[in-house]
Design a protein around this ligand. Structure first.
Ligand code: G6Q
Length: 543
């Protein structure tokens, strides 16, 4: 059994000593010393190539980080996850998103029962429904075919499908529109339905619990929109399907359970884009392409399960995050995809990582005495270069970044792809090596300006390079981060699979909702600030 406290392991102490010894070393020196550095610090798996040589590490760092992984038994806990053990300890649940992409015939048991056949039953039902929609066999209430698919869901029931919809647009049915409603702000629903014909619109109500305030509110609004638009209550049957684990809630809402696509309590919301929550993605790209995406996920699962730590992409990336987070005191991690279709990938990873590892209680129920999950943020390159990269290059904070690029272009504009990739490589180079006073002088920089133009470099990056942004690669990329998050959470001895802070958030507004009603007495039960804000809002909302 691994020690509960990572900081008490010999590996942690050794890393702290090692950090003191190398923290001031510059990537310029490290590269100058070792001609084989790029080759040594790169690894490949599941279609992804990782160059991690521009990190502030030496052979010794990697060795010690792997010692830490061993001391925390990352491999043992990984195997326990794959075996279906209940490693989500605070909810006493198995953590089996890996079963969602297990090929037919694989056996993964939860409480003695093989779950893989159930996964494929749902996938098959999704596939036949997706085909009906894509071919137009499925008709709306008035007999028109469906052209618009709107996913109503939030958090884990939204971010993955929306991210994938943008990322895989090139592979999608261009004759259809895919839109997403997540926010309880009515403006979201209004914009998503703007200009759409209800007769051609299908709503997918995606909610694991089927109780989430935002989703239930938007689902009710959608039902009214369909009934008003088509003039009949029973139009609902042809225009709504559900994705949920709550069959009773679904049927109470008025959706026939035969039109519900299920999943299971061992799939966490933020780990669910490859479950039935991905129904909108499957309708967009078709069942075959969706299967390719699952194969990409599975490729990375196999890589994570079998590759030795020194060549294991998710382990290496997880360990590097720990290195900066816990030893350099870095607070954030930037995710910069050099691919416009990955515009929502940083937001997706923000939930995946921050909801998983934003925890302050260790598995032994004591408060952690070490930093846990970093703040995740990011925007696509090259856009970010014209805004916040300034702070990464010349600010006072250390911000490790993951830069992601693809060798093949998806757009027909070949020359532009070279420009994009040139920027990616140039940024990684500039962040690592910077520009010295001497170099600037040699380039003719005026003396008064030179000090301000110096960039120190020594800013670490991981560079992930894949051949093509396609469904299979997207699956591998998401699984890479899922398992990196797992590695980090295991090192930090926290439960990466609960989300008690989110549960709290779900309850918080409930007390204030009735206090906003027109006929309610003025609120007095809160602090003076909250009471006054409620009063001001009620006085000014304009109705
Ligand atoms: C994910 C979280 C959270 C959840 C949403 C939606 O891991 O638990 O983001 O996905 O709150 O929940 P429902 O799917 O139950 O509506």
């Amino acid at each position: 059994m691994a020690s509960m406290r990572p900081t008490e392991t010999a590996a942690w102490t050794a890393l702290a000593t090692h950090h003191a010894a190398i923290k001031d070393r510059h990537l310029r020196e490290l590269f100058a010393e070792d001609a084989a550095r790029a080759e040594k610090f790169s690894a490949e798996g599941a279609g992804l190539f990782l160059d991690y040589s521009k990190n502030r590490i030496t052979d010794e760092t990697v060795r010690l980080l792997i010692d830490l992984a061993r001391a925390r038994d990352v491999e043992g806990r990984r195997d326990a996850m794959f075996r279906g053990e209940k490693i989500n300890e605070t909810e006493r649940r198995a953590v089996l998103h890996v079963a969602l992409r297990a090929p037919r015939g694989t056996r993964i048991e939860v409480d003695g029962q093989d779950v893989v056949p159930d996964v494929h039953v749902v996938l098959d039902r999704m596939a036949s429904f997706a085909r009906e929609i894509r071919t137009g066999t499925w008709k709306g209430y008035t007999g028109k075919r469906i052209r618009n698919v709107i996913n109503i869901g939030i958090g884990g029931s939204y971010l993955g499908p929306e991210m994938a919809c943008l990322a895989l647009r090139e592979f999608s049915d261009k004759g259809m529109n895919f839109r997403f409603v997540s926010n309880v702000d009515g403006a979201n629903f209004t914009a998503a339905t703007d200009g759409l014909d209800p007769a051609q619109t299908l709503f997918i109500i995606s909610s694991k619990t089927f109780t989430t305030l935002e989703t239930m509110t938007n689902a009710a609004t959608a039902r009214r929109w369909i009934v008003a638009g088509l003039g009949a209550d029973h139009a609902v049957a042809r225009h709504f399907v559900a994705v949920s684990t709550n069959a009773e809630g679904v049927s109470k809402f008025g959706i026939d359970p035969a039109r519900m696509f299920g999943f299971w309590d061992w799939v966490g919301g933020r780990y669910s884009m490859d479950s039935a929550i991905g129904l909108s993605s499957m309708i967009a790209i078709g069942p075959e392409r969706f299967e390719e995406m699952l194969a990409g996920f599975h490729d990375m699962d196999e890589h994570f399960r079998t590759a030795p730590p020194e060549r294991n992409l998710p382990m290496l990336m997880g360990l590097l995050t720990v290195w900066y987070n816990n030893f350099f005191g870095a607070e954030t991690l930037g995710i910069m995809p050099y691919a416009a279709p990955l515009a929502r990938f940083p937001a997706y990873l923000q939930q995946l990582q921050m909801e998983s590892n934003g925890k302050h209680v260790a598995l032994d129920a004591s408060r952690v005495a070490w930093q846990t999950g970093p703040i995740i943020w990011g925007e696509p390159g090259t856009d970010g270069q014209h805004s916040f990269y300034q702070l990464i290059h010349q600010g006072t904070k250390l911000i490790p970044c993951d830069l992601i690029g693809f060798c093949e272009r998806l757009s027909p504009l070949a020359a532009q792809h070279d420009l994009l990739m040139a920027n990616l490589f140039a940024q990684a180079e500039a962040l690592a090596f910077g520009k010295t006073k001497e170099e600037l002088k040699a380039e003719g920089s005026p003396d008064f300006q030179t000090p301000f133009r110096v960039t120190e470099g020594n800013r670490p990056t991981n560079l992930i390079l894949a051949d093509r942004l396609d469904p299979r690669t997207l699956g591998s990329l998401v699984a890479l981060y899922e398992h990196s998050v797992f590695t980090q959470g295991t090192i930090w001895a926290i439960d990466s699979f609960d989300q008690w802070g989110v549960e709290l958030g779900k309850a918080l507004a409930q007390r204030i909702i009735p206090e906003l009603a027109a006929e309610a007495e003025p609120a007095t039960g809160h602090d003076s600030s909250t009471n006054a804000l409620i009063a001001r809002y009620r006085g000014r909302r304009g109705w």
